[in-house]
Design a protein around this ligand. Structure first.
Ligand code: GLU
Length: 290
C-alpha cells in the first residue's frame, strides 16, 4: 500500500507549538516512508475560521520547510460528499433525528435522549448515528490498542448538527478516505475518538487507515496548547530553534548545535534518522511549553 499521510489543521487561529509537533511528526513519517504528505484545511465551521488564518497556516508550514504535495483540500467545499455519506447511513437506518439541546445534557448529567424511540416532532434536529453495540479494538502504531464498547462508553453520536453543519467525526472519515490516507498521525487528544471514526468507516465501507497518536504539548497549567486557551502563535523568526525542540519532543535525538541549523538541513537529517519507535508512548509530553 502506498503511504499517504496528512496534516489537518482547523483554521480557528494561527498554528502553535503543538500544531508544529503534529505537522512535523506526520511529515517525517510520510517522507521517511517515501510517502506523500497532504494538507487538509478543516474549515467545517465557517464562523470559527479566523480571518487570514488559512494563509497564515500555509506561510507557517513553508517557513518550517514542511512542503506538502498537491492542492490542499478544504472541508468547506465538501458538503456534497458529507451529504452523500449521511444518505448512505440513512439508507441503512443507522441514523436518527434528535431534537435534544446541548443544555439538556449539560444541566443534567443523567439526562437520557429518547429520540431514537420517539421521532422528534420539533425542528431543527441533529442527526445521530447509532453506536456499535459491541466491543471492538483499534490498533495504534504508538499507543496501546484501544478497546471500546461504543454503545456503553460513548453512546450514539452526532454526525450532523442542528445548525446543519456536518460533525467532525463524519467529515474526517469521509475525507481521509477521499484523500486515500493510509496513515493518520496526530495528537493523542483524538485517541479516544478513533473508535467512533473506525465505526463510521465500517458503516460506510471505507478503508481504515493506520493510526498513530503522539503526546500532546501542554501549557504550564497542564492544558493542551490550543487556540481556545490562547496558545502563542509560532514565531517564524525562531523557526530553526522551534523545529529542533519539536524533534526532541518526538524523541528524535538531535546533534549538538542543531538549533541554529537551517530548517531544510534539520528536516533532511530528521527524515534520514526518523524512528517512530522513539516517540514516547504517552498521551502528554511531561514538559510544558512556556
Ligand atoms: N482538525 C483537527 C485539529 O486541528 C485535527 C483532526 C485530525 O487530525 O483528525 O485538531
Amino acid at each position: 500500500m502506498a503511504y499517504i499521510g496528512r496534516f489537518a489543521p482547523t483554521p480557528s487561529g494561527p498554528l502553535h507549538f503543538g500544531s508544529l509537533v503534529a505537522a512535523l511528526a506526520s511529515y517525517l513519517d510520510a517522507r521517511a516512508n517515501q510517502g506523500r504528505w497532504l494538507v487538509r484545511i478543516e474549515d467545517l465551521d465557517p464562523p470559527r475560521t479566523a480571518p487570514g488564518s488559512i494563509d497564515a497556516i500555509f506561510r507557517c508550514l513553508e517557513a518550517f520547510g514542511l512542503h506538502w504535495d498537491g492542492e490542499p483540500m478544504y472541508q468547506s467545499l465538501r458538503q456534497d460528499a458529507y451529504q452523500h455519506a449521511l444518505s448512505q447511513l440513512q439508507q441503512q437506518q443507522l441514523v436518527y433525528a434528535c431534537s435534544c439541546s446541548r443544555s439538556q445534557f449539560v444541566s443534567n448529567p443523567d439526562y437520557s435522549c429518547n429520540c431514537r424511540q420517539t421521532a422528534p416532532s420539533s425542528q431543527p434536529v441533529a442527526m445521530k448515528v447509532i453506536a456499535a453495540d459491541t466491543r471492538f479494538t483499534v490498533q495504534d502504531l504508538i499507543l496501546p490498542p484501544q478497546t471500546q464498547h461504543l454503545a456503553q462508553q460513548v453512546g450514539d453520536f452526532v454526525v450532523q448538527r442542528k445548525d446543519q453543519l456536518f460533525a467532525y467525526q463524519l467529515a474526517v472519515v469521509v475525507d481521509d478516505a477521499a484523500q486515500n490516507i493510509s496513515h493518520v498521525m496526530r495528537g493523542s487528544d483524538l485517541y479516544d475518538q478513533t473508535p467512533r471514526q473506525a465505526w463510521l468507516q465500517a458503516c460506510l465501507q471505507l478503508p481504515q487507515p493506520h493510526y498513530a497518536h503522539i503526546p500532546i504539548i501542554t501549557n504550564t497549567q497542564g492544558q493542551k496548547l490550543s487556540k481556545q486557551n490562547l496558545a502563542a502563535a509560532l514565531d517564524l523568526k525562531q523557526a530553526p530553534a522551534l523545529l529542533s525542540e519539536a524533534l526532541e519532543r518526538l524523541g528524535q535525538a538531535t546533534p549538538c548545535n542543531f538549533r541554529q541549523a537551517p530548517v531544510a538541513e534539520q528536516l533532511a537529517w530528521a527524515v534520514e534518522q526518523w524512528d517512530i519507535k522513539a516517540i514516547p508512548a504517552r498521551k502528554q509530553d511531561p514538559i510544558a511549553f512556556a
